[in-house]
Write a protein that binds this ligand. Sequence first.
Ligand code: SF4
Length: 339
Amino acid sequence: MYTLSGLTQKEFENITNELKASKFRARQIHNWIYLKSVSSIDEMTDLSVKFREELKKVAKVSDTKIKVKQVSSDGTIKYLLEYPDGECVETVLMRFDNRANLTACVSSQVGCAVNCSFCATGKRGFIRNLTYKEIIEQVLTIQRDTGLKVTNVVFMGQGEPLLNLDNVLKAMEIFNEDFQIGARRLTVSTSGIIPQINKLAELDMQSTLAISLHAPNHNIRKQLMQIEDKYNMTNLKKALKNYVDKTGRRITIEYLLIKDLNDTIDSAKELAQYLHDIKCNINLIPYNPTAENDYQRPSNNSIMKFKYLLEHSGKKVTVRLERGADIDAACGQLRGKID
Ligand code: SF4
């Protein structure tokens, strides 16, 4: 039995060949899946009833279940999805006031081996990589459930995308070509896996690279992210400069602001110095407390001071609007399981 979600045009053609139907039928099925996000073959109303019956004998639309759906007071929706092997991941739909954009924050792995100290996902350890079909199924599920078209995809859910690079790249290709989401509306976020950043530099894609830096120096980063032992900030900087040189593209630096740990004036100055010769924007993310640790959110005053000091160094700085914190859908809060 084929699962239509996640197939390429060529694979749709293989099915229509098998059913002795034309390539045009394959294109129709493709559009129903990716552009109209139907939940069943019966909804593909420009296919004849006879052909739909034949298709139903060999194919179904999806094999992913929505196990839990939570809607935040700010409109953010968090889904816990279950794949056929019983493994679950979370995926989040974020809407921002005054903007037509609908952003899906997708997971790339079940669990994560990187184990950042602030992150709920890392506590589970690594379970397995997601296939590209399982990644894109997250966006299809959102589209089927809401009837809305996702306009942006960020790989900032559970898992380290660059440790599952082949599947992430294939999913990005499908988002771009089949979902018709512009490459510049796709963002891959990494904890700083240097060899893979170098690989992305060679690929010279139009998508955005976001780096979870979260610290102004080696010692603080080590407390937050074990990955600093393997890929330290000195070598990371070389990789980022190489990426900018090769692609000409501006990097996004993600910086989680944690009270009394990395939100001081000295940290802001040190961070500005570290980034002074890297073409980048900085996104400050006030920490969302979780039950797993004692980290606290800084005061609004500290956040604004930190922002001001970085802006003074000539960088464009944004403070990420908090989304979905009341349903544990904010950054670092995804767990991928039900307690
Ligand atoms: S923050 Fe990202 S890389 Fe770090 S443990 Fe969580 S999922 Fe993994």
